[in-house]
Write a protein that binds this ligand. Structure first.
Ligand code: PMT
Length: 210
């Protein structure tokens, strides 16, 4: 059945799958803020319960591979690519075709790495202005700087995981934004306000780069 096929990449079996705590709120707020700033927006998103901004071109995907395919089909025509999605780094190598039955021994699942979408975008011959996110539980700025370099990004938004009332699932966020020539802290605020500030920063850096 189609739904099971679509879920296969992250499925454990036809009734169970691996996921994470991302709600999509930050990504949708960025799409809305970019529209308000006058951009045309392609919004490629994973499984969420939110309504996308009405003027965006929307592609809904389930797996990391589907998101990779959708991004690669779109990215060559865009000026700015913002990667806010918490894309799965691994998928189940061999999802079971039938529901797994419980027994008394431990269950080992073999995971294989997914492709890094952001890295694939910045490796293009003519990459767009690329903005990544870094969600980290420790050494936030060190890991974010390393991702900025390693993924050849123009900008990265560092997101501390585990702050009460901020980040994953919450309606608010705080970001430490880094780029080659500077950095700025966006203090805790509703995701819509953070998104507007981030879009302004991106627009300024993008104009300077041109
Ligand atoms: O969705 P919300 O509930 O609103 O929460 C928002 C958020 C916390 C998810 C968001 O602000 C955030 O931090 N997003 C990035 C989460 C993440 O996966 O970070 P990462 O450090 O694992 O990945 C680094 C970068 O590589 C990210 O830009 C990610 O989109 C990208 N990536 C990761 C894996 C992969 N296979 N392909 C990618 O492109």
């Amino acid at each position: 059945d189609n739904q099971i096929d679509a879920l296969e990449c992250m499925a454990i079996d036809p009734v169970r799958y691996l996921s994470n705590r991302s709600s999509g709120k930050m990504g949708f707020a960025i799409a809305q803020a970019a529209l308000e700033a006058g951009a045309e927006v392609d919004l490629i998103h994973g499984p969420v319960v939110l309504t996308p901004p009405s003027r965006s071109r929307v592609t809904a995907v389930v797996s990391a591979q589907e998101m990779y395919d959708a991004v690669m089909a779109t990215v060559e025509s865009v000026d700015i690519f913002i990667a806010c999605a918490a894309v799965a780094d691994y998928r189940i190598e061999a999802p079971a075709q039938q529901k797994r039955k419980k027994d008394d021994v431990s269950l080992n699942l073999t995971l294989t790495p997914t492709r890094d979408i952001l890295l694939s975008v910045t490796a293009l011959p003519e990459p767009p202005f690329a903005v990544g996110f870094a969600a980290e539980t420790e050494n936030l700025l060190r890991h974010a700087r390393s991702k900025l370099e390693r993924k050849s990004l123009d900008m990265i938004a560092a997101n501390q995981v585990g702050v009460e009332g901020s980040g994953f699932e919450s309606s608010a966020n705080e970001l430490h934004v880094l780029w080659k020539g500077g950095e700025q802290v966006l203090a805790k605020a509703p995701k819509q306000a953070i998104a507007r500030q981030l879009v302004r920063l991106i627009a300024n850096c993008y104009c300077l780069r041109k």
